[in-house]
Write a protein that binds this ligand. Sequence first.
Ligand SMILES: [Zn+2]
Length: 444
Amino acid sequence: MGAITMKEVGIGTRYFDTRLETMPRERLAALQLARLNATLAHAYANAPAYRARLDAAGVGAEGLAELGDVARLPFTVKADLRDHYPFGMFACGVSELARLHASSGTTGKPTVVGYTRGDLDNWADLMARSLFAAGARPGDIVHNAYGYGLFTGGLGAHAGAERLGAVVVPVSGGSTERQVALIVDFGARVLCATPSYALAIAEVAEQQGVDLRKSKLAVGLFGAEPWSEAMRGAVEARLGLKAIDIYGLSEIMGPGVACECECQSGLHGWEDHFLFEVIDPETGAPLPEGRAGELVITTLTKQALPMLRYRTRDITRITTEPCACGRTHLRILRVTGRNDDMLIVRGVNVYPSQVEAVLVGRPRIAPHYQLVVERRGALDHVTIDVEAAPGVPEDDFPDIARDVAHHVKSLVGITVDVCLRRPGEIPRSQGKAVRVRDLRPKAT
Ligand SMILES: [Zn+2]
């Protein structure tokens, strides 16, 4: 696949892989079914943890007659990976692996994921496809500020940029002053980072008197944390680039599971490698297209660690309406938030990104915030710590706080306390931003 793909990349080409990205949906569905059944047979034969589940579901190795039958399969959840730590869910021997990644668990063991050479090859292809869809081209300088290491962001974006034929600057997170200098001096056209870290880079540049809007930056691929349209506007205005949302998770692959095209109207989920469903998070029942629910993903080509109906905890909607770019793959509308991050404040369900949408872009405050959640009696109580914009007099803080609380109440529907902070007081992230400080007692 690699050789054909690379030949198609060139001046005037609209896609990284024209045949696969514009495949008619009926053919895409046929390809998905064939690959799904191959995945089931592989998991059944080589992953004992899955074999027992498939037998219990009455599926066995013979496969499914149609894609909708996937609903007969049991879900896989993050706890399954922890329970089978480190390699118990794998469908190949350790010697067949080419790489391991892991995510730090906040409780207990980390989640370990593995890749064969072929898996890494597919990942690089999909990440290159994502970069191309976002507007990156061979020969571009790609400044990769995603963290390198066990986290999949850095190495995932790195391999994709190389596969695209771009020039990778593997800077990772941190040393923000140096990041600004390298972006300017090397002439980076593409920036890969978390959206919150992109904003931190913009802020440090402004403090140094560097106007990144005048740099060569033209495209940013931002992901690994939920972010709002308001944040997109702020990042685009301050960095002078087109901000593209990219989605992925290590349990499925890493970055590049889905990515926006230049139309910025939802993330194309790469359906030749993944089967996407949206379910009711309470009942587990599949939801029709367009309804909001939890995103569930089945891998169709992964060898080392196939995932059958993995519950992502991410809340979103999908659409198969044609996109103006001509790609036929469905679009995942921007992720609202994670089920795990959802707060229940006096009976109202709230995602931090909904609060962000109210905060970012408001006059007299800066787009740096944290939600502090405490338990008062049986109810969650939220205080929003948000920074004043530079130069705003402290005498104005009470008035600004009242204004923010009023807008959160009217637009999100929850009553919050607002605490205005001086510029620079909210910690800046170098990777995934900490948007919620949860002071509630932990369940034991
Ligand atoms: Zn598109």
